[in-house]
Design a protein. Sequence first.
Length: 259
Amino acid sequence: MNIRLTHIGTATLLMEIGSLRILTDPVFDPAGGRYAFGYGTSSIKLTEPSITGESLGNIDTVLLSHDHHEDNLDRAGRALLPNAGHVITTIAGAKRLKGNAFGLKSWQSTTVKSDDIEIKVTAVPARHGTLGSHLIVGETTGFVLEWQGQEHGAVYISGDTVWFNGLREIRERFKIGTAILHIGGGQFPVMGPIRFTLNAREAVKIAHAFNPRTVIPIHYEGWKHFKETGAVAGRVFDTSDIRGKICWLPLGEPQDIEI
């Protein structure tokens, strides 16, 4: 079975699965703004979204890894949420967003469906920072998507996370066929060595742990605090044993992916 993926920018991905249209981490503000992320950190948005939020059309479900950082949910992204069928996010995020948002704890599941497909969505662990920083940064989540007809296994969306041993349990519970990974090695000078998202070497580690058929990197461009560009990550992937699994999505161009 094929699905259609369109990488709009950062972690914003339009997933067309059967007749369902699912959007991840909506970020649609124009370039140039500076955003505060708390604890003295801030960043500048460097690029425009490849597709405007207004041109997207109907969205059935938003999968939101977290609501409290504007490289994952900005002002224009928030404006889209009330028009989506529903928003699936963290427990804390759902309390803040209210409305059509509901939260899942790790390993909790819900279903989204249309006339031609039913998708089981399970929240899975994520840790938004190294050296214990996740304890002050706040709650994030990843997702696993399962439906009938997946030849190679489930779809895993990492959300904003770094590598930690808790990710191994995902592989124990699910056969992952496609891994969509938030890379970029996000860092802020004021926070020293702390890193808030995967770098390419950790993405390789996840690929070794999960053994997916396809690895799709996203969340590597568009913001000043992303310290590992797609080009740098690509060189790491090209020298690794997972290079044949990597699938880069051209920004703004729909791509059909075998699942």
